[in-house]
Ligand binder design. Sequence first.
Ligand code: IPE
Ligand code: IPE
Ligand code: MG
Length: 248
Amino acid sequence: MPAQTLLSKIDKDRIPNHIAIIMDGNGRWAKKRALPRVVGHEYGVKSVRTVAETAAKLGVKYLTLYTFSTENWNRPQLEVKAIMALLVRTIRKEVATLQKNNIRLRTIGDISALPKEAYNELQEAMELTKNNERMDLVLALNYSARWDIIQTTKKIAEMVKSGAIEVASINEELISHTLNTGTLPEPELLIRTSGEYRISNFMLWELAYGEFYFTDIYWPEFDQEAFYKAIVDYQKRERRFGKTSEQI
Ligand code: IPE
Ligand code: IPE
Ligand code: MG
């Protein structure tokens, strides 16, 4: 279906506020073309650009992209180095566009453990775009949900230890706010590309009631049409949050 037709099917009043994406399949996309995996990551950047621009135009307020997981350090060191270099190059190149489009760059994950150059580039871009309000583009870098749960648990334990809170006052709200994702609303929609049906340590807490959308398309081929399709599908769902259909 052409992108324009799909767009006409989207209810502009029910656009998800927060969309999270597990961008997967760069390596297989490259392999299919007998190209090095790194070329797949480079083409993946094009999809990031398309999706960020399209999301902002639709009125999405938060777009979170799973860019590098804590487990991704276990890849061949050459690939890790190439991904970090690509990150630096991309931010350097795109920061002006983010600024022009009024998009704020943010991160989740422990970015202090990234190579210095990547860390500095991110800090600079975040500082420059910090007052932008149209959409938050959140890169999950050196992120995993279990890492976040562990660091949150430690923080809460310290609060109890210091007497700042009682054990009895630990509740959903406190945990949600203490998580590194604490200032983000929970994603209504999670998209995963490349035909894998798993969550790979991403936002385990925050996606408790998120809607999942899977597509076989490899990330470098994920375009406007594919993105619209995911939103159209999302808008057909009935979100019940444990209630019955009649109660909705
Ligand atoms: C996603 O593509 C990008 C990252 C995880 C950094 P992959 O590199 O995982 O691609 P596949 O899954 O091997 O095809
Ligand atoms: C998930 O993709 C992480 C990112 C997209 C950054 P992976 O390719 O690392 O996930 P698995 O290994 O297939 O579960
Ligand atoms: Mg993968």
